[in-house]
Design a binder for this molecule. Sequence first.
Ligand code: CU
Length: 165
Amino acid sequence: MRRAPLALGAAVLASGLALAGCGGPSAGKPDVKVTDAFIPAPASGDMAAGFFIVHNSGAADTLTSVSSTVAGDVTMHSTKNGVMREQESFAVPADGDLDFERGGNHLMFENLKQKPKEGDRVTVRLHFAGSGTVEVAFPVKAATYNPSTSSSSSFSSSHASHSSQ
Ligand code: CU
C-alpha cells in the first residue's frame, strides 16, 4: 500500500537532482585573465624578471609552469621576508587574484636568447592546470618601472644576490 507514494517521491527527487546538475555555464571551471604584465629592461643579458596579475572569476586553478620564446628557462619565485625561493607551482584562488608584483612573486627569465629592450614585446606562455595555456605579450618597460610605485630598488638589489648562486 505504501510502495506507490515512495516510488513517486524517489522519481521527483531524481529529476530534481538532474536539473540541479545542469548548473550554470561556467560552474566548476576557472576563468583566468592576465593583466599588468611587464618585464623591466634588464641591466645585462643574463637574466630578466617578469610581473603580472592573474584575475580568476571562476573555480580555483594552479599555475604550473611558464615558458617563453626568449628564454631557455623561465622559473617562478616567491619572496618572503626578503628571501627568494623557486616554486614548483602557484595556487590561483577561486574568485581571487594571484599577484606577481615587485617585492613579491616574480618570474625569472634565464638563458636569454636575446636581451629584452624597452619597447620590445616578449611572448610568455602561462600554463594552468585547469585553464590550459594562456599566451601573453609582456611589454618591456624601463628598468625602474613599477605600476604600484610604492616599492622600488629593493627588488633589483635582492635579485643581484640571487643571481650569484
Ligand atoms: Cu628570483
